[in-house]
Design a protein around this ligand. Structure first.
Ligand SMILES: [Zn+2]
Length: 450
């Protein structure tokens, strides 16, 4: 039988103080997020995808001089869209075009890879960056075919549409952290544009806390015959790409294989979607990407930046990387009529509210540490940080996918959870602002550090 003290007495005075000094209820953030979600427009998404399909092909090796066909015209169109959005917000977006001439896999001749990137600088901590990305390049059956029509409506004009619409909606507001909107090139050849933006971010000294990579986010009619518009998959790596052998050894023994910052970013997205959106949910997938496949979130992970991939639930392989044709009664090709714009709007809402919530919240806690072996209690500590009203200590069963229990901690940089055994749960800490914006949860030590 349980012989523990009653739960109300089990926490230190810091927790009691939390009840009295707690900030305003979280209604304010939820109102902001609901307004942002409501502003996302399926028709704007349709206009973007239709415009991009109209460039015929957007293959990385395609024409760059034409004003109407090829990757060059498409990139300039995206840049013009960012410029128009910026004009509407009084010049709030800075537009840059990181460029690199590459030769390598699937790029036999020196070719300019050009990303089109809009930067909405944060008001209080512009070095903190949260990003959304999609890729503008497209392909057909032969990855080297740069001339035939490659509409790429779903892969990945849908992702680019989400990026541009997030920029349109979020540029009407101001945020503490910087939001970066990335339209990337060269994904189908070898993730060149993702690598280019990750390197650009490093060179700028950006502290990237999240990249939401949207790739194949608009089709709801699966190749398996299932039609489903009710959820999106969010893929996240379990352990860090940059983990050292020593860190891996410690993590293998004590746990942390489920708690990389990318995984806790996925949990953040799932919980936020649950609270904010209607008839829409997140399915977390505990993988970096789909089996043996990749995307532009991977170079971010390799650069040490938390990143996830969003993709529709039931892919249709007759509509990806296919020459436009009819064969055996099946229509092949990634065409406009197969994009479900109300669904794409839901995915875009999830992105927009995630970016807003992250950019309004304090930075994820740093220096999170844990102790308590051979005691009945668990102690968590963290480095003091500016802009934080209080911290929130979280824990969950070791087999649970989502954080389950929490206690607020005011005016302290550590917390003792009395009679909560360090052996039996996974723990984490988030930071909360005075107006109720909460950061992602940070798992202690190297496995979870943002
Ligand atoms: Zn793609």
């Amino acid at each position: 039988m349980l012989l523990r003290r009653p739960a109300l007495l089990a926490f230190s005075l810091a927790f009691a103080a939390a009840a009295q000094a707690a900030p305003a209820p979280a209604a304010a953030p939820q109102e902001v997020l609901a307004a942002i979600a409501a502003d996302v427009d399926p028709q704007a998404l349709h206009a973007t995808v239709a415009a991009l399909v109209g460039f015929g092909t957007r293959h990385t090796l395609s024409d760059t001089a034409s004003g109407t066909r090829g990757i060059g015209a498409a990139r300039r169109w995206a840049q013009a869209r960012f410029e128009a959005i910026s004009k509407d917000c009084g010049g709030c977006l800075e537009i840059v075009t990181p460029t690199q001439t590459v030769t390598g896999p699937r790029v036999p001749q020196p070719t300019a890879i050009v990303d089109v990137v809009a930067i909405q600088r944060g008001t209080s901590d512009p070095g903190r960056v949260v990003a959304i990305t999609g890729h503008i390049d497209s392909r057909v059956s032969d990855a080297m075919d740069a001339t035939h029509d490659a509409p790429g409506a779903n892969d990945d004009a849908s992702g680019v549409a989400a990026v541009l619409e997030a920029a349109r909606v979020l540029s009407k507001r101001r945020f503490g952290a910087t939001i970066v909107y990335g339209v990337l090139s060269g994904e189908e050849q070898n993730l060149y544009g993702g690598r280019l933006l990750a390197e650009y971010a490093k060179a700028q000294g950006w502290r990237v806390e999240a990249d939401l990579n949207n790739d194949i986010v608009g089709n709801t009619e699966g190749g398996d015959g299932v039609r489903d518009n009710s959820f999106v998959r969010v893929f996240s790596e379990g352990t860090k790409a940059l983990e050292t052998p020593a860190q891996a050894g410690k993590r293998r023994y004590n746990g942390g294989e489920l708690d990389s910052p990318s995984r806790n970013l996925a949990r953040f997205i799932a919980a936020l979607g649950e609270r904010t959106l209607t008839n829409f949910r997140v399915a977390m997938v505990y993988r970096t990407d789909r089996f043996n496949r990749g995307g532009d979130q991977v170079p971010f992970l390799e650069a040490g930046f938390p990143a996830v991939r969003l993709t529709e639930p039931h892919e249709n392989y007759a509509r990806q990387h296919q020459d436009l044709r009819s064969d055996g009664g099946v229509d092949y090709g990634d065409t406009l009529e197969h994009v479900d714009f109300p669904y794409l709007a839901q995915v875009t809402r999830l992105n927009a509210i995630t970016l807003a919530a992250l950019a309004n919240a304090p930075a994820p806690p740093q220096g999170v540490a844990i102790a308590g072996a051979v005691t009945p209690n668990t102690e968590l500590s963290w480095t003091p940080q500016p802009g934080v009203a209080h911290h929130r200590v979280w824990w969950r069963d070791t087999t649970a996918p989502q954080w389950q229990k929490s206690r607020d901690v005011v005016g302290a940089d550590k917390a003792v959870l009395r009679d909560v055994s360090i052996d039996d749960f996974f723990f984490g800490v988030s930071a909360v602002s005075a107006d109720g914006w909460e950061s992602p949860v940070v798992f202690p030590g190297d496995p979870g550090a943002f």
